[in-house]
Design a protein around this ligand. Structure first.
Ligand SMILES: Cc1cc2nc3c(=O)[nH]c(=O)nc-3n(C[C@H](O)[C@H](O)[C@H](O)COP(=O)(O)OP(=O)(O)OC[C@H]3O[C@@H](n4cnc5c(N)ncnc54)[C@H](O)[C@@H]3O)c2cc1C
Length: 352
């Protein structure tokens, strides 16, 4: 049984680190992009299956089979929309490539593993995989609507991340950073209906089928730093951080994995909100921004940190998605939700 969670027993190793020289334009310090370019240079792989930005939209993606340093470099940065990463697998197989790197979210990695079992030509390929953790991805038709409700200046937004300080940080052209507390977003952004049902049913936040996952959840959030959190699951995955070891600053893990009371206190609200099938969501902020910042400050002080924050975030989404399926697609509960999810719910004494 695979437990899609951050328990270290399921990993070969986990650590926090950042590139000594962050890559401008990458999402955090750019560890993924650097591992990809180094893997290509060292001939570990012949091509990289990933995404570039579309020429006309900063946050929209197009698939690419990157086959040069510049092409791989151009894949850096998040595109927070549903993306057809695996499209380029076909190009790679047509070109007769034998060694490739695939970078993707859990949905891409799950599909890739299925292809690898079913199709002979993937069995003959050596495929390295880097996963990103992923939640709250969105259909591109909805993205402009969502961004307009998050930011006061959607047209100049260039970098967005949901941070460990309970705020969304939006960096704009020219470097200004706009911070919006999660608690003060317009109520309509809490509507589960704005997210794709596939994402709301996903319980693999940490991308457990990737050789290595590179996120940030467990890393310390410090001004002017871009610390990342790396989970290594396989011997293949070990090769990738090794390539950039000399370029990394490593940091001690921190925090306490315990976050039970915090998860339990959020769970009641999650269950109620997943039950509200016909709710009308208003465009107003229930909590004014100034008070949202106060709450974010208090949560930052009393809430889980480091290991505890990572576990809280993963379990929060797992619980949200279980009840999303239970109340909205009960006919799929048995088939969509893996058994370990129920074990975790029982640990929190939540109703099945
Ligand atoms: C929608 C979304 C939600 C995320 N949620 C979390 C989270 O909750 N917790 C967490 O720790 N991390 C999350 N991440 C991952 C995190 O934001 C960084 O992408 C990751 O830590 C790598 O940072 P980096 O600087 O090494 O990335 P970079 O070196 O900039 O490389 C990022 C790689 O991810 C690829 N990529 C970007 N967008 C997508 C996409 N939509 N689908 C597939 N591949 C993509 C890029 O093409 C590039 O190859 C999320 C990413 C996305 C896109």
């Amino acid at each position: 049984m695979i437990r899609l969670r951050c328990d270290s027993t399921l990993l070969l190793t986990a650590f926090t680190a950042q590139l000594k020289k962050p890559i401008p334009g990458s999402q955090w310090s750019g560890m993924i992009t650097r591992m990809a370019t180094r893997g290509f240079k060292e001939k570990l792989v012949e091509g990289v299956v990933s995404l570039q930005r579309t020429p006309d939209h900063h946050f929209f993606s197009q698939p690419v089979l990157a086959q040069s340093f510049d092409e791989i470099h151009s894949t850096r940065g998040n595109k927070p929309v549903l993306s057809h990463v695996l499209y380029s697998l076909q190009t790679a197989s047509r070109q007769g490539m034998k060694k490739i790197l695939v970078i993707g979210a859990a949905c891409h990695l799950h599909t890739l593993r299925d292809f690898q079992e079913r199709f002979d030509y993937f069995k003959e390929m050596e495929i390295l995989t880097i996963g990103i953790p992923c939640v709250d991805n969105i259909a591109r038709s909805k993205w402009p609507w969502v961004l307009k409700r998050m930011s006061q200046s959607p047209d100049t937004a260039r970098h967005i991340e949901f941070m460990q300080d309970f705020r969304i940080h939006i960096r704009h052209d020219g470097g200004r950073v706009e911070k919006i507390p999660f608690f003060s977003l317009p109520e309509e952004l809490a509507n589960p209906g704005i997210f794709p049902p596939a994402c709301m049913s996903c319980v693999d936040d940490l991308n457990s089928l990737a050789d290595i996952t590179v996120g940030y959840l467990e890393a310390k959030l410090l001004p002017d730093q871009n610390r990342q959190w790396v989970l290594v699951r396989t011997e293949t995955g070990k090769k990738l951080p090794k390539l950039i070891e000399a370029e990394l600053d490593r940091f001690e893990e921190f925090g306490n994995r315990e976050c039970r009371s915090f998860v339990q206190s959020s769970s009641k609200r999650i269950i109620e909100s997943m039950k509200e099938l016909d709710k009308e969501y208003s465009s107003r902020r229930k909590i004014p921004v100034w008070f949202g910042h106060t709450l974010a400050g208090v949560f930052g002080m009393i809430g889980p940190k480091g290991k505890g924050f990572a576990r809280y975030s993963v379990d929060f989404h797992l619980i949200r998605h279980y009840y999303y399926v239970k109340f909205r697609y009960p006919e799929h509960l048995e088939t969509l939700v893996p058994r370990h999810v129920r074990v975790i719910l029982e640990e929190y004494r939540l109703p099945l």
